[in-house]
Design a protein around this ligand. Structure first.
Ligand SMILES: [Zn+2]
Length: 263
């Protein structure tokens, strides 16, 4: 079994059927993150036709301004979702600093729910790595998956010390900085992702398809001087452990074909 712990299946449009076919064919357990409410509805529908999909709810920082004045509308979806994502802050791709207050308000709304409901979060941290780390400390949140970390190494090491999980993606095939991160993540905190379909575009020249995770696993194995098989096993065991610690995730993952082994 392969793990794609950060993807966006709702964004596939016409290519969805072939994407789901690849997911079944390669046995890719896929955490499908949401950008907002409609995106979550779409992910829930997709999960109904594919047992390999774990749909989760979040408001991506790029869309925070759309939700900041109606946070109560998010409550039901937050309660329903067994993990929260994609949430976070973005001070890198979003250059318009007037949006940062809205990003922070929406993000803190999710953090207080995550704290109260004891939920794992799937995080976008671009350009705000230090600020998010401080917020997690403030809210006392431990269950965090950091998606595509590409920030400074000193902050990365602080994240590591707090026990966060890291999803390494396609950039491991192209960037020495990401290879360093892939090498330094302690084995028990390592996960894999694609950020499909949009995330890999800048690296592979078009939308990513699910089997890209096979190349990611090879890239991580290469960076860590081990085998793809060893990485697959490590990642599966890590995800199984993360799920095992949360009864809602256990329930949500019970339908995965073959279950979640690896402990
Ligand atoms: Zn994403």
């Amino acid at each position: 079994m392969l793990l794609d712990a950060h993807s966006h299946l709702d964004l596939y449009a016409d290519a969805l059927d072939s994407a789901l076919e690849e997911i079944r064919q390669h046995c890719i357990l896929t955490v499908s993150n949401s950008l907002g409410l409609e995106s979550y509805q779409r992910n829930l529908e997709i999960a109904q036709v594919c047992d390999w999909v774990l749909p989760i709810f979040g408001v991506h920082p790029w869309f925070a301004p759309e939700y900041v004045d109606r946070l109560d509308d998010l409550t039901k979806a937050i309660e329903q979702s067994p993990m929260l994502g994609e949430i976070g802050l973005d001070h890198h791709f979003v250059e318009d600093a007037s949006q940062y207050a809205a990003q922070r308000e929406v993000f803190e709304f999710f953090l207080s729910a995550a704290k109260e409901q004891g939920k794992v979060i799937n995080l976008h941290t671009k350009g705000a790595e230090r600020e998010i780390l401080d917020l997690l400390d403030q809210y006392g949140i431990r269950g965090a998956i950091v998606h595509w970390y590409s920030g400074p190494l000193d902050v990365f090491r602080e994240w590591v010390a707090r026990g966060a999980y890291f999803t390494i993606g396609v950039e491991v095939l192209y960037s020495e900085h990401i290879r360093t991160i892939a090498r330094e993540v302690p084995a028990e905190q390592l996960l894999t992702e694609t950020d499909n379909p949009g995330g890999p575009k800048g690296w592979i020249g078009g939308p990513g398809m699910p089997r890209l995770i096979v190349d990611v696993v090879k890239g991580v194995a290469d960076a860590r001087k081990t085998t793809a098989e060893a990485i697959m096993q490590t990642v599966q065991a890590n995800f199984a452990r993360l799920v095992r610690d949360d009864p809602r995730l256990v329930e949500a993952c019970a339908r995965f074909p073959g279950g979640l082994n690896g402990e």
